[in-house]
Design a protein around this ligand. Structure first.
Ligand code: ADP
Length: 420
């Protein structure tokens, strides 16, 4: 089923799909249950999507399993033709995909568009690489042996993606899997399923055969357990929190499943005494405030030499104050809402903790009148290693500045997290 509500302002309203895709068919949960998707900028419910569980997940695995032998048996070139077509369709639909992304996720439209292009680039790249999956011939230790390696599709892949890059993270996992001849069961984040459904609709139009690409939404722990418990799922690729990554790793251990995990981070941003401060500040703004600070590579700690500390902080504050906060659909907006209430609560907790431990508020530090999930981009001075934000990912628009005197100390500070 597809909705034809055009409140998203899509030029192709059939890209607004609110059902899951199993075995080439759009479908709801067996019991008809749904959960709602909310626009974080307005707080309005924008869609109801299927709340699936064990049975539907199993059905998706069955479909992917049945589709495997035909898909893997095709020439790489044949798969590449379909992927190229998919890439072209994504390109043609880029403005609609970006709008869907902004409405469900909150990031500014320009960032959403950049994400769609970035996601598409994986589809293009892997379409090309599919034809170059070379093996190796290895010198053998005996004259009567010949050793060679051939690469083959591993089988059904489970793909679980986060809400902060709902388009690109999915494209980045689907494209290599499909190009290699694997089939997929994908589960996007519950906050942002619409980008996934739209991508899958375009894959369907591009000619991806029934069962090769399945997408389900619903109860994450149940879907995760079903995927990891299945013998037929041969690989899991996950991007998300370290906590869930560890859990999935444990679940995959039972079947010694192959896994690829992309988890949390705690990026330091070091500014040495001889840095070009203006360049450092523009880099800092991009690195810190993209997606309102909600990316796993966002700088979480600014470690600045004492000689240029005050100049850096002053200029950073100036640049930060100029960032426009608002609904990502409005022109000129640089900072959209945070994804949900727990995200805002974490940002507040980190700021409050830092202030009680000696930080100073250089700018921001509070919610923004644009709505309950909007937060003012914030700069904190006087940060130190005892603060929560020195250990945990803030995942929000907060730039804490640490000071250092010698470069070795800066490196020690940079590396002093469990992330290494
Ligand atoms: P975040 O805290 O940033 O939302 P999560 O790791 O919770 O990050 O979410 C990333 C993805 O993992 C989402 O698709 C989410 O639904 C999924 N997820 C969350 N918990 C589980 C789980 N127990 N098993 C499988 N997937 C899960």
């Amino acid at each position: 089923m597809q909705t034809h509500d055009n409140s998203f302002g899509l030029s192709d309203s059939s890209l607004l799909v609110t059902d899951c895709f199993i075995d080439g068919r759009w479908c709801g949960a067996d019991d008809g249950k749904t959960f709602s998707v909310v626009n974080p900028a307005t707080g309005r419910v924008i869609a109801h999507v299927p709340d699936m569980g064990q049975r539907e997940t199993q059905r998706a695995i069955d479909a992917a399993s049945r589709a495997l032998s035909d898909w893997r048996g095709r020439a790489a070139k044949e798969r590449a033709v379909i992927l190229h077509r998919w890439f072209e369709l994504i390109g043609e639909a880029r403005n609609d995909l970006a709008r869907l992304l902004t409405v469900e996720q909150g990031k500014p439209l320009s960032e959403a568009l950049a994400e769609v292009n970035y996601g598409a680039s994986f589809v293009e790249w892997f379409a090309e690489e599919a034809k170059r999956v070379y093996g190796d011939v290895i010198p053998a230790s005996r004259a009567d042996r010949r050793l060679f390696v051939i690469k083959q599709p591993i089988g059904v892949c489970a793909v679980i993606t986060p809400w902060n890059f709902p388009n690109a993270m999915l494209a980045r996992k689907l494209a290599p899997a499909l190009a290699a001849g694997c089939t997929v069961v994908a589960k996007p984040a519950e906050q942002t399923p619409l980008s996934a459904f739209a991508l899958v609709e375009l894959a369907r139009r591009a000619g991806v055969p029934d069962g090769v690409l399945n997408v389900i939404t619903g109860d994450a722990p149940t879907i995760g357990r079903t995927l990891t418990a299945s013998d037929r799922v041969r690989k899991l690729s996950f991007t998300g929190s370290t906590e869930v990554g560890k859990l999935l790793m444990q679940q995959c251990a039972a079947g010694v499943k192959k896994i690829s995990l992309e988890l949390g981070g705690h990026a330091p941003f070091i500014v040495l005494h001889d840095a070009d401060v203006d360049a450092a500040v523009s880099g800092a703004i991009v690195s810190k405030f993209r997606n309102a600070g909600q990316t796993c590579v966002c700088a979480n700690r600014f470690i600045v030499h004492e000689k240029i500390h005050d100049e850096f902080v002053n200029k950073l504050v100036q640049a930060t104050r100029s960032l426009v906060v608002g609904n990502g659909l409005e022109p000129g907006v640089a900072i959209g809402p945070l994804v949900d209430e727990p995200a805002v609560a974490k940002v507040r907790r980190h700021i409050d903790d830092a202030l009680t431990k000696g930080a100073t508020l250089a700018c921001g530090g509070k919610g923004h009148p644009a709505g309950p999930l909007f937060f003012e981009p914030t700069v904190l001075g006087g940060a130190n290693a005892n603060m929560l934000l020195a250990r945990e990912e803030t995942f929000g628009p907060v730039a804490p500045v640490f000071q250092f005197r010698d470069d070795d100390a800066a490196l020690c500070l940079a590396n002093d997290t469990e992330y290494g």
